[in-house]
Design a protein around this ligand. Structure first.
Ligand code: ADP
Length: 268
């Protein structure tokens, strides 16, 4: 089983990703797809007159401030537009895709954070009306049921809090939880960069391979949202996944290329 996460940043070519996924599924490789939607959420938020607000934790991790109104927009874009259009692309290519958010059937469950610490203008603040959290359990029975019946699950945030609320969770870390929970050998994380770059944005500084033990160090040159990918990779490996591969979603056959080792291959 391959678990593929495709990001939501600008420049990602979803047609190329879906061409490749459809071919792989047709060839008899069952697969689970998780996707993002950050860029589109920013665009729609601006259009709706509620520009995104990004929180930075004291450790340097960034996240979208998600109050109830932002969650409406978040769900409209992730579970609505992005999910529907990816499912549509796969259906057109003959694949029986089924779209699910983490709420459906309590697919992705975890605690909502009671408060979020952030640094703004050099001082620490505590944000209390944020609907964010972290996936701690995956409804693998639901995934098995769908895969067993020949469906290809297409999964997006939000997830479901333990109280049944919609919560914003990081897609890369959710994908790591899914890959661990179903015992996947590979987790492929596709984005708008060729992999982890030692000196972002210089693509000639791509790091071809990393060991689990080196991930802590890798956090030093992973900036912004790349930090959470590195964290997700370390969680996946700790959860039993053999390889996590960061690879380019802008090229032809992105999943096959990644599975063959093109990108940054992280292994135990
Ligand atoms: P997605 O939404 O596709 O999952 P993100 O935007 O969350 O992807 O993360 C990928 C981004 O991380 C890249 O577009 C790049 O701007 C940023 N980044 C920061 N540091 C690095 C690095 N060292 N190597 C590669 N990308 C990096």
């Amino acid at each position: 089983m391959i678990v593929v996460k495709v990001g939501g940043s600008a420049g990602i070519n979803y047609d190329l990703v879906c061409d490749d996924i459809a071919a792989l599924v047709r060839e008899g490789n069952p697969l689970i797809l998780i996707h993002g939607g950050s860029h589109e959420t920013n665009v729609i938020s601006e259009k709706l007159g509620k520009p995104p607000r990004i929180l930075t934790s004291p450790q340097g991790y960034t996240s979208r401030y998600t109050d109830a109104e932002t969650m409406d927009i978040f769900a409209m874009v992730y579970a609505g537009k992005m999910n529907t259009r990816i499912v549509e692309r796969l259906l057109k290519r003959g694949i029986n895709a089924i779209g699910l958010s983490g709420l459906d059937g309590r697919l992705l469950v975890g605690p909502r954070k009671t408060s979020v610490r952030a640094v703004e203008n050099g001082r620490q603040i505590l944000v209390r009306d944020d609907y964010t959290g972290k996936v701690e359990s995956v409804n693998t029975a639901l995934l098995d049921l769908l895969l067993g019946a020949g469906y290809t699950p297409v999964i997006s945030p939000p997830a479901c809090s333990t109280q049944g609320e919609a919560i914003n969770v990081d897609g890369d870390r959710a994908a790591a939880m899914i890959a661990s929970a179903i015992g996947a050998k590979q987790l492929i994380i596709l984005s708008n960069v060729p992999g982890l770059l030692r000196r972002f944005p210089d693509e000639s500084t791509l790091i071809p391979a990393l060991r689990y033990a080196e991930l802590e160090q890798a956090l030093d040159f992973a900036e912004g949202r790349m930090k959470k990918k590195v964290l997700g990779a370390s969680e996946a490996i700790a959860g039993g996944v053999e390889q996590v591969i960061f690879a380019d979603a802008r090229i032809a056959q992105p999943v096959r290329m990644a599975a063959a080792g093109k990108g940054t291959v992280i292994s135990r």
